[in-house]
Design a protein around this ligand. Structure first.
Ligand code: FAD
Length: 497
């Protein structure tokens, strides 16, 4: 059933097995899977069925570090969450992303690639991904770069990279939620706090508010925060302020190691006639015919280790059959002298996207301003390290060299990359993939949740979403979010059976 606090107090049960808070891909996956396993679930959602500014404005934040995207634009606060405007690209993390890398402090997950692999097929079904495979193959025998095929979340995506349909969880799963006898959804229900039972040490109630200042309480055996990569951290910071840092914040780790995928336009690439007519490489042949999936090049794990860089990727965006324009030529004499139709035939833009190093100084914090529910507003203190920039630089230069070596064509790498410019001088941007802040670790020394996503120090509080990622890899996060949500559901079904 779906209830809405706008219609009055919802007629809920006195107690549920599990209370999930937040109805994005993580929360809806959990609710459906837990209900399928026989649990009674209540799903609290802060927004309504559609966008409203009264809900969305709670997502506003102050920017305290490197200029970050507006968090009220990069997230959506209504049924289905940010899947309401995601692009639908799905990619798996690499096995090496889970490993400890000696030159990357705080790297390594307490689980491995194989721990979430069993959930791949089910996650693909939930996200509507067709023909999903790992799609990563060595580009040549140097073993330096791998080709990554970006696959998209539905058949519709195959003809069109941007702007076509992606699975919107709020609409796609609306009927399943409203028809479920095991799930009660409450819309316009803003989680504000938990009450702790001091006798048992367990969280007993979740308290939530509607937009008319009415308060409600709901009892459950288990609570799962699924409010998105940033909001889960914000809530956990508030909770710990009231609870003497007992829950995952024993070592001041809540909100720390916040990460996003860094994006940087690198410059232009073009493909020569010889390769156009004579390419030995089917992937490039497909690119030239403009067939999606899009082509992306990534450093191989060996190359990344040897060069002490992070994971990363260069996307070769669409090619155009046209002469280079003034902006693309820039100050390069070489580019100016190239002749369209004899020296080259296709031009495209290349964009680097890098893993963001886990850095305790890159943080989600609370400010002293209060929102309409009396909770402290969000501050984003995002930091960039030299390794983040060096990763994009090395991958860009390696790709440019590969173009020359293989005779594919040429790539003009923006001068900021050559000149070791500071991040502030670059057209650096983020990908709206909020990760970290509530890292998954064996112990509370370096993180917030354990390998089963249970908050360190809590008996019945769990976290779902990309906040738990200890490192960010180069893959878009939602596929992994859904795999982890399915794994958490399995864990809870076994634990509570
Ligand atoms: C423009 C854009 C493009 C993207 N493209 C891609 C892509 O191509 N591939 C990819 O993998 N990822 C992409 N993403 C990221 C993707 O959208 C997120 O990874 C995904 O939505 C996260 O799912 P989630 O369930 O963890 O959080 P969300 O989807 O953010 O859901 C959180 C839910 O919690 C609710 N909530 C918040 N606070 C409260 C509260 N106090 N009480 C109750 N409920 C609350 C919210 O209303 C929301 O419904 C993109 C993001 C953006 C912005």
């Amino acid at each position: 059933m779906i209830f809405d606090t706008k219609a009055g107090a919802p007629p809920l049960q006195s107690k549920y097995d599990i209370c999930v808070i937040g109805s994005g891909p993580a929360g809806i996956t959990l609710a459906l899977k837990l209900a399928e396993g026989g649990k009674r679930v209540v799903l609290l959602e802060a927004g309504g069925r559609d966008f409203t500014s009264e809900s969305q404005e709670i997502y506003e934040s102050d920017n305290l570090g490197f200029e970050f995207q507006s968090t009220d634009i990069s997230r959506l606060r209504y049924l289905g969450g940010t899947s309401g405007h995601w692009t639908g690209r799905c990619l798996l993390l690499d096995p090496s992303d889970f490993e400890v890398r000696d030159d990357i402090p705080l790297s390594g997950w307490p689980i491995g690639f194989n721990d979430i692999l069993p959930y791949q097929a089910e996650a693909a079904e939930i996200l509507g991904v067709t023909n999903f495979d790992r799609g990563r193959t060595p580009l040549d025998d140097t073993g330096i770069l791998d080709i990554v095929e970006q696959r998209f979340s539905s058949e519709h995506k195959f003809g069109n990279v941007f702007g076509s349909e992606s699975r919107r969880f709020g609409t796609y799963y609306y009927s399943a939620l409203s028809e479920s006898k095991a799930i009660d959804v409450v819309l316009n229900a803003n989680l504000t706090e938990f009450s702790l039972d001091s006798a048992t040490g367990r969280f007993a109630h979740a308290r939530y508010q509607d937009y008319s200042q009415n308060f409600y309480e709901i009892r459950a055996d288990i609570f799962i925060l699924a409010m998105g990569g940033i909001e889960n951290s914000r809530f956990m910071l508030q909770l710990n302020e009231a609870q003497n840092d007992r829950f995952g914040n024993q070592n001041d780790m809540v909100g720390r190691c916040f990460m996003d995928h860094l994006r940087l336009p690198l410059g232009v690439y073009f493909i020569t006639k010889r390769l156009y007519s004579n390419s030995p490489n089917w992937e490039f042949a497909r690119l030239l015919r403009r067939i999606i999936p899009q082509i992306a090049l990534s450093p191989s794990p060996d190359f990344a280790r040897k060069n002490k860089i992070l994971n990363g990727v260069i996307r070769l965006d669409r090619l155009h059959r046209r002469p280079l324009n003034e902006k693309e030529i820039g100050t390069s004499e070489f580019m100016r002298n190239l002749r369209y139709d004899s020296d080259y035939f296709f031009v495209g833009q290349s964009i680097a996207s890098s893993e963001h190093a886990p850095n305790p100084d890159s943080r989600v914090v609370l400010t002293e301003k209060l929102d309409k529910f009396g909770l402290k507003k969000l501050g984003m203190d995002v930091q960039i390290t030299p390794k983040d920039i060096e990763t994009m630089r090395r991958v860009a230069l390696e790709t440019a060299e590969y173009f020359v070596r293989s005779g594919l064509g040429r790539m003009q790498v923006n001068s900021a990359m050559w000149e070791h410019g500071s991040p502030e001088d670059m057209e650096l941007d983020f990908s709206m993939h909020a990760m970290g802040g509530l890292r998954m670790t064996e112990t509370p020394e370096t993180g917030v949740v354990d390998a089963n996503c249970r908050v360190h120090g809590a008996q019945n509080l769990y976290v779902a979403g990309s906040g738990v990622f200890p490192t960010s890899g180069m893959a878009n996060p939602t596929f992994t979010i859904v795999q982890l949500a399915l794994r958490l559901a399995d864990h809870l079904l076994v634990r509570t059976s």
